[in-house]
Design a protein around this ligand. Structure first.
Ligand SMILES: Nc1ncnc2c1ncn2[C@@H]1O[C@H](COP(=O)(O)OP(=O)(O)OP(=O)(O)O)[C@@H](O)[C@H]1O
Length: 262
């Protein structure tokens, strides 16, 4: 995936949200994007997926520039679950495979397996409205994963989960994604999650209030390190990187609010 000089201004907006953003993501690499609220992270995912066209620069996904074709390569998990309210949870997940012409029985069996693993097996016949936000978000994650697209774009995929479930799903995702060739671009506000699930963490920020956001720093992540989640969280290097990212986030927030660098 290659982003080259990417910029975007929403119609009617006074200034661009993003400007001059260049990033190259090799096939199979995991990137986590962090940054304060409103800096343009969701916009970035939308630009990659081809749902929004950049006002400047180019995006290519698996060497494909055309927006519709980019979208075909991507499983997009937007903020909010976007489950279809009239379908059961099972069919909401199975629909990803049905869209690829997988037989209904096979698609449903695979969907049930994934729902079981995400602790939702008993709810497969329920409609989304009967479930909590965290349960719906896990179902949306299942729907994105089951599609087995080469690129997974996930916007705060675990943001609605309670702490214990989130830790469990993080560990499961580390194991599950390690066995797939998928490229991941994930937006998260959780720095530990970014370091656990990505090989590279990218900070998107504005240099000053009212300026467009750019990539201002990157750090290596710990995806691919086989140690369990708990061991990594206690690792000195991991903790030092976490501190470094949190300091950078605080500094950039201060600048974006119009203050001088602390
Ligand atoms: N469709 C739109 N039309 C006009 N402005 C928009 C649109 N979508 C987003 N914006 C603006 O673009 C900026 C970036 O929004 P975006 O949702 O990409 O930020 P974000 O970093 O993902 O925020 P959060 O972390 O809160 O989800 C915001 O100022 C927002 O108001």
């Amino acid at each position: 995936m290659a982003l080259d000089g990417l910029g975007h201004t929403y119609p009617g907006a006074r200034r661009p949200v993003l400007a001059d953003l260049s990033l190259s993501v090799p096939v199979g690499q995991h990137i986590a994007v962090v940054g304060r609220s409103g800096c343009g992270k969701s916009t970035l995912l939308s630009l990659i997926a081809g749902l929004t066209e950049p006002t400047t620069g180019t995006v290519s996904v698996l060497d494909e520039h055309r927006p519709g074709r980019r979208l075909e390569h991507c499983a997009l998990m937007p903020q909010g679950d976007s489950l279809l309210p009239w379908m059961t949870l099972l069919d909401n997940v199975a629909i990803s495979l049905r869209n690829q012409r997988v037989r209904r029985r096979v698609a449903r069996a695979e969907a049930q397996h994934l729902l079981d693993r995400l602790g939702l097996g008993a709810w497969s016949g329920a409609r989304p409205s009967a479930l909590s936000a965290g349960m719906r978000q896990r179902a949306a994650l299942a729907r994105a994963l089951i599609a087995r697209k080469p690129v997974l774009l996930a916007d705060e995929p675990l943001g609605a989960l309670d702490a214990i479930t989130r830790a469990d799903v993080q560990q499961w995702l580390r194991e599950t994604l390690a066995g797939t060739p998928a490229t991941l671009v994930m937006v998260t506000h959780d720095v530990d999650e970014a370091l656990l699930l990505a090989e590279r963490v990218v900070l998107l920020a504005r240099h000053e209030a009212d300026a467009p956001a750019r990539v201002v720093s990157t750090w290596p992540g710990w995806f691919g390190d086989d140690r369990p989640r708990e061991a990594l969280l206690g690792d000195e290097g991991f903790a030092a990187t976490r501190q470094d990212i949190l300091r950078a986030l605080a500094r950039e927030s201060h600048l974006a609010d119009g203050g001088a660098a602390p």
